[in-house]
Design a protein around this ligand. Structure first.
Ligand SMILES: Cc1cc2nc3c(=O)[nH]c(=O)nc-3n(C[C@H](O)[C@H](O)[C@H](O)COP(=O)(O)O)c2cc1C
Length: 221
């Protein structure tokens, strides 16, 4: 039987049109400056900032409001080292054997290799897990649109970190099931991404990438 939920009036203030435009422009300018950073300062970041950004991520919409995500924050240097070693083990095989020539060519411009020092240097790692299904009273229950929901939450997290003034790297070692073991997460959860988070190392460079112009990503009727 469906549980009853109360409904309350929406908290909403309609902005004037010029204010809408002003806010959208100001957000666009801010978000255009977000870049993936691969070299981090070891300087610690305030714990509250990380918690606030994760709480912001947890406001994401999700299929049937199942909120199928879990975030693990790692500051412990020993655990970061374990993650680095496990990731490098997989990534070495990827670069030497598993990546196709096409993929190697596609990522060449990023100048990445199997070594992942950022997994130790960044003061914080946030591992994002998706709850592929959930267990209620020992019964396996379905979650809906899990990939989409967790993707949106991760987008909010990256945006919140950028807005706060930190940088991050969405890192996807593959396969990354080793994260369940190291971070003691249950079998119904799968890791989707690890975000090293912090301040950029001094004089960090980022690749000059072009983003598709609006005309290429937008169709209007
Ligand atoms: C799902 C996803 C997985 C990614 N995995 C990696 C990764 O494993 N290693 C890496 O160096 N960058 C990774 N990236 C970062 C992309 O390379 C980066 O977003 C892209 O080059 C565009 O650069 P920008 O984020 O600075 O705009 C990933 C990004 C996404 C969204």
């Amino acid at each position: 039987m469906a549980a009853n939920i109360n409904f309350s009036p929406l908290e909403y203030e309609k902005p004037a049109e010029d204010e809408l435009v002003r806010r959208s422009r100001s957000f666009l300018e801010l978000i255009k400056k977000r870049r993936t950073v691969r070299e981090f300062s070891v300087e610690p970041v305030p714990e509250e900032v990380i918690r606030n950004c994760i709480e912001a991520a947890g406001t994401a919409p999700s299929g049937a409001h199942m909120q199928p995500w879990h975030f693990v924050v790692v500051r412990d240097p020993d655990i970061k080292k374990q993650i680095r070693l496990a990731a490098e083990k997989e990534e070495r095989i990827n670069y030497e054997m598993r990546y196709s020539d096409e993929m190697k060519k596609d990522i060449e411009k990023l100048e990445t290799n199997f070594e992942k020092p950022f997994l130790e240097h960044a003061p914080v790692l946030i591992a994002v897990f998706k709850e592929s299904y959930r267990i209620e009273n020992h019964i396996r229950r379905k979650n809906y649109y899990v990939n989409e929901s967790v993707g949106i939450a991760t987008g909010l997290l990256i945006t919140a970190l950028h807005y706060a003034g930190l940088v991050c790297l969405p890192h996807t070692p593959s396969p990354m099931r080793f994260l369940n073991e190291i971070l003691k997460r249950p079998g119904n959860e799968s890791p989707t991404v690890v975000l090293p988070v912090g301040y950029p190392a001094e004089n960090t460079r980022v690749p000059d990438l072009n983003r598709k112009p609006l005309s290429q990503i937008l169709t209007e009727f």
